[in-house]
Design a protein around this ligand. Structure first.
Ligand SMILES: Cc1cc2nc3c(=O)[nH]c(=O)nc-3n(C[C@H](O)[C@H](O)[C@H](O)COP(=O)(O)O)c2cc1C
Length: 230
């Protein structure tokens, strides 16, 4: 299963066909998915459109509601795990979109975020059509190894990631949002960080390692979130 190549063609899908899907695709994939952090329990639930309060101007036939134990870094872990599923579904002709705005009608306290999904004719695009920051803006120097992270989807396309080269890989930082944006977007940005790390993992599956160091450089305007080896 080559999920890496999906990174270069994926687009968030907002235009779905009303076709049924074999949900075993999802259940089977999720049995072997790799988390970023082992110790955090999570689960998901598949909902239909009428089980969700849709606040976006578009809707999908299905929504996958993500739930997680609220331990440290659970949002990053959710982004990391479920972006792998999004890329897998994309490889099977199923479009997805993370949807921060929508909320299941019956949610429990562990609810994190829904992901819309469904069959669609509009799930891919050419690399030249991605709207993303330059590599030089997301790292201390331009490095093509970071292209998978550069292409990651993020809430309102905010692309909050920054990678600082260190001896054996990268220290990874999240952009600090200003006070006005902080409340709305900081939670979603933690999910974005996990999504970008999933892209780095899928592009370097045999060598990828993630750890949180106790000693790292403070960068003004950024929060350190962890370090990767690729
Ligand atoms: C955590 C998260 C939340 C998002 N929430 C919404 C949403 O509520 N509505 C929507 O239309 N798109 C949403 N998106 C999709 C982003 O707008 C999209 O990823 C970004 O604009 C980049 O476009 P692309 O994914 O097609 O490359 C969300 C994406 C992420 C990662």
């Amino acid at each position: 299963m080559n999920l890496q190549k999906q990174i270069y063609i994926r687009k968030s899908c907002r235009d779905y066909l009303d076709e049924t899907i074999d949900m075993d695709l999802i259940h089977n994939f999720m049995e072997s998915v790799n988390p970023l952090i082992d110790e955090i329990n999570y689960h998901y639930e598949i909902l239909t459109r009428d089980e969700v309060n849709v606040r976006n101007r578009w809707s999908a036939p299905y929504y996958l509601a993500v739930y997680s134990e609220k331990k440290e870094n659970y949002l990053m872990n959710v982004g990391f795990i479920f972006q792998q599923l999004c890329l897998y579904l994309q490889s099977r002709g199923i479009g997805t979109c993370w949807v921060g705005l929508d909320v299941p009608k019956n949610k429990t306290s562990e609810f994190v975020i829904p992901i819309s999904f469904g069959r669609s004719d509009d799930i891919t695009r050419e690399l030249s059509k991605f709207k993303r920051k330059e590599l030089s803006e997301i790292s201390d120097f331009e490095d093509e190894k970071l292209i998978p992270a550069q292409l990651a989807p993020s809430a309102i396309n905010s692309q909050p990631w920054y990678f600082k080269h260190v001896n054996d890989g990268f220290d990874v930082y999240q952009v600090k949002q200003n006070i006005l944006k902080r409340q709305i977007i900081e939670k979603l940005n933690m999910i974005d960080m996990g999504i970008a790390l999933a892209h780095m993992y899928l592009s370097n599956m045999d060598t990828f390692e993630f750890k949180i160091k106790t000693s790292f450089d403070d960068l003004k305007g950024y929060t350190y979130i962890g370090s990767i080896k690729i």
